[in-house]
Design a protein around this ligand. Structure first.
Ligand code: F6P
Length: 360
């Protein structure tokens, strides 16, 4: 392996820079290999000056830094790229151009750090001849084939700290505090942070809820003398008799933007006579320095991805399994998105602790 490319696609997640750092160091120190960074996801293959050399000096100090030094794009679908032609905005397929770009730049392998959408595109590019290795990134933790994506632990830490902070006002003012968390169609962030922060109600996409059931839990607490409640709501949670709340419709390029269910839940509870406030944690969950766990995972993923590349084992994704870094086929990883398993001990434990999922 003489030359390795790296790109980061989709939403940013804490740990991207740590993966880049580990990959560059491993490629240079272990394999004496040259590394090129691609800017702004797959776009970097198309736009001018989208490719930059990455040396040891370029990755110095990156371990604790959030974001990605390469930039990213969540509109970067190679099969539907927006361009202006004759004054009209149209979408075109640039996948062949990307595969040609990889070859033109003499890359022996391309590490793609991304979530669901980016890894889907990565697999399709492999089928067109690109030497791809995937690294699972996302705060949502919704990628199949791995027990954890990097970025998730940091998001859960931020969300748990937020719940801890909401507790004090909830208790002082005898209020219901609703916290809306990210996660798209997977409830991992709300479930983990909700349990870690001692929430009374956790609403996740995998368990459709009833408003009456949520209020019943709040009322039961008041009757027992607990005058406040904390409710962690995943942005993708939906009522049994309704739909997810979408703040912006999707199109050919963007997936629908979720958001607003926290407000809906909060308003319902307040109408039932309980003073309620709603907080949306939003992109604070994606920002900031990665936790030690995410730095550790990202470093191991970055190094393992380079080793896979050196062995020519393309169309694979590095993965965490029982504490070890292994690899799975990209096809397997993207086949079925990961969701909260309702029979898992995490859900059973939460129920046993008296936490309501709004479905009883
Ligand atoms: O996939 C990560 C994520 O943060 C989701 O949890 C959230 O729904 C989405 O991205 C937000 O995307 P954007 O940054 O485009 O608003």
């Amino acid at each position: 392996m003489k030359r390795l490319g790296i790109l980061t696609g989709g939403g940013d997640a804490p740990g991207l820079n740590a993966v880049i750092r580990a990959a560059v160091k491993t490629a240079i120190y272990e394999y004496g290999c040259e590394v090129l960074g691609i800017r702004d996801g797959y776009d970097g293959f198309i736009d001018d000056q989208g490719v930059i050399p990455l040396g040891i000096e370029d990755v110095r100090g990156l371990l604790p830094r959030g974001g990605t030094i390469l930039g990213t794009a969540n509109r970067g679908n190679p099969y539907a790229r927006t361009v202006i032609r004759d004054g009209q905005e149209i979408t075109i397929d640039v996948s062949d151009e990307i595969v040609k770009g990889i070859k033109r730049l003499g890359m022996d392998a391309l590490l793609v750090l991304g979530g669901d959408g980016t890894l889907h595109s990565a697999h399709e590019l492999y089928l067109k001849g690109a030497p791809i290795i995937g690294v699972p990134k996302t705060i949502d933790n919704d990628i199949g084939g791995t027990e954890s994506t990097f970025g998730f632990d940091t998001a859960v830490t931020t969300a748990t700290e937020a719940i801890d902070k909401l507790h004090t006002t909830a208790e002082a003012h005898h209020r219901v505090m609703v916290l809306e968390l990210m996660g798209r169609d997977a409830g991992f962030i709300a479930l983990h942070a909700g349990v870690a922060g001692g929430s009374d109600v956790i609403l996740i996409p995998e368990i459709p809820f009833r408003f009456e059931s949520v209020v019943a839990k709040v009322r039961q607490r008041v009757e027992r003398g607990y005058l406040f409640s904390i409710i962690a709501v995943s942005e993708g949670a939906k009522p049994l008799s309704g739909e997810q709340v979408i703040s912006r419709a999707g199109d050919q390029i963007y997936v629908p933007r979720l958001g607003g269910i926290g407000q809906v839940v909060g308003e319902y509870i307040e109408q039932q006579g309980f003073e309620t406030r709603v907080t949306v944690l939003g992109h604070l969950q994606r920002g900031g320095t990665p936790t030690p766990f995410d730095r550790w995972l990202a470093t191991r993923y970055g190094a393992a991805a380079v080793r896979l590349a050196a062995q020519g084992r393309f169309d694979r994704m590095v993965s965490l399994h029982a504490g070890k870094i292994v690899d799975v086929s990209l096809e397997e990883a993207i086949a079925v998105p990961k969701r909260v398993d309702l029979n898992d001990d995490a859900v059973i434990t939460a129920r046993g602790m008296g936490i309501s999922f709004g479905d009883e």
